[in-house]
Design a protein around this ligand. Structure first.
Ligand SMILES: *Cc1c(COP(=O)(O)O)cnc(C)c1O
Length: 395
């Protein structure tokens, strides 16, 4: 039997600390490795396969479009791209969409758009305020935007024009705002940075501040968008509207795609300002159309809200039972369990052994990001496995 992990170490750049399992097949909330072992997948492509693995809606949309038209240049109009933009706009508070291929690309576009806005409307303002613990992607500019010093150090000097301030602190944003500021960029819930939930009124205060200063509010909903938090978009839970919003992860149900959306007033790109060869590709756009339609027509965010509550109740019971669990936090299907020691890797490996995939968020925390379609049964299974593992930890 081929040792894929050995081959990987020979041929692939060693940039990723991987979990020692080779996945070969998936269906719904389950995946199988190359030895035939089955796992309940609560990582799901890192919050990507929102309808689970190989959902027929995604598979058929891709197959059908692949038979019809795979790629054209954006010099031409294509049907899936226009349909997708229409779906996104008609189901959000934003007015215009640009389709791209990933989260970082959407965020780069958002920052470029905010800078255009600054040049045109704010006397050349170009600086974007972001928060500590945020994650916006791994291009050089998005590395600078991400408020994580350990990401910065290997790549200095980084592009200028980003100020990282304390998270969940409106005063920090206020005191960092100058006449150079064109936008504030935030995740409604910080995902990669630790599933950090802000105070309920934080986003509202940021919105008010941006309005007062005439600067733009960019919401990075790459992880929180498309139902993850129990609403189609995260901003809906906080009773505010962004000027610019970015999407990716869950958007294509596993197919790589992202989007940049803007209100009319912020939609200031002129012809020639921005483009992407593969952006709004017919196949990826057709997949995203099918996913978005399915998510909306079947009230998938409603499922996340309901089952998410059940998940949280189950985890709270575990927290009561095991004193080494210091915190359980999250919204919808974006949830973290934090421990009083660095045992996340041990928990992850024990879960793997018992057939459950979880994500190591920090040395002392794991993240559960199940596909949006799971019900109470799968939650019971996952909680049962965690309970069994935790009962073996003596602390
Ligand atoms: C994953 C993520 C990104 C980066 O997306 P990529 O598709 O990996 O480039 C950006 N912002 C947030 C909030 C993310 O979770």
């Amino acid at each position: 039997m081929t040792d894929w992990q050995e081959l990987e170490s020979k041929y692939y750049m060693q940039t990723i600390v991987r979990v020692p399992v080779t996945l070969v097949r998936g269906k719904g909330a389950r995946v199988w490795d190359d030895k035939g072992k089955e796992y309940l997948d609560f990582v799901n492509g890192l919050a990507v396969n929102c309808l689970g693995h190989c959902h027929p809606v995604v598979v058929e949309a891709v197959a059908e479009q692949a038979r019809t038209l795979v790629q054209t240049s954006n010099w031409y109009y294509t049907v899936p791209q226009v349909r997708l933009a229409q779906l996104l706009v008609e189901n959000s508070c934003l007015d215009k969409a640009f389709i791209c291929n990933s989260g970082l690309e959407a965020n780069e576009g958002a920052v470029k758009l905010a800078r255009r806005y600054g040049h045109l409307k704010l006397k050349g303002a170009y600086e974007v305020i972001t928060t500590m613990g945020s994650f916006h992607g791994r291009s050089l500019a998005m590395t600078a935007a991400s408020g994580q010093p350990s990401m910065h150090e290997p790549y200095v000097p980084l592009p200028v024009g980003f100020v990282n301030v304390a998270n969940n602190d409106i005063e920090a944003i206020k005191s960092a705002t100058t006449d150079k500021t064109c936008a504030v960029m935030l995740e409604p819930v910080q995902g990669e940075g630790g599933v950090n939930i802000s105070d309920d009124d934080y986003l509202k205060k940021v919105r008010e501040w941006c309005d007062r200063k005439g600067i733009l509010l960019i919401l990075d909903e790459v992880q929180t968008g498309i139902g993850r938090l129990g609403a189609l978009f995260g901003y809906q839970l906080y009773d505010i509207e962004p000027d610019i919003m970015t999407l990716a992860k869950g958007m294509g149900g596993g197919i790589p795609i992202g989007a940049l959306l803007a209100k009319e007033k912020a939609s200031v790109f002129a012809p020639g300002d921005h483009n992407a060869t593969f952006g709004g590709n017919p196949v990826t756009s057709a997949a995203a159309c099918a996913v978005l339609k399915y998510v909306i027509d079947n009230d998938i965010p409603g499922n996340v809200k309901k089952v998410g509550q059940y998940l949280m109740e189950g985890l709270q019971k575990l927290k009561k039972k095991y004193s080494f669990i210091t915190e359980v936090r999250g919204r919808g299907f974006l949830v973290a369990i934090e421990f009083n020691g660095d045992i996340a890797q041990d928990v992850l490996m024990a879960c793997l052994e018992k057939g459950l995939l979880v994500n190591k968020l920090k040395p002392n925390a794991i993240r559960l990001i199940p596909p949006l379609i799971v019900g109470n049964n799968e939650i019971d299974m996952a909680i049962g496995i965690l309970d069994e593992i935790f009962s073996g930890i003596v602390k």
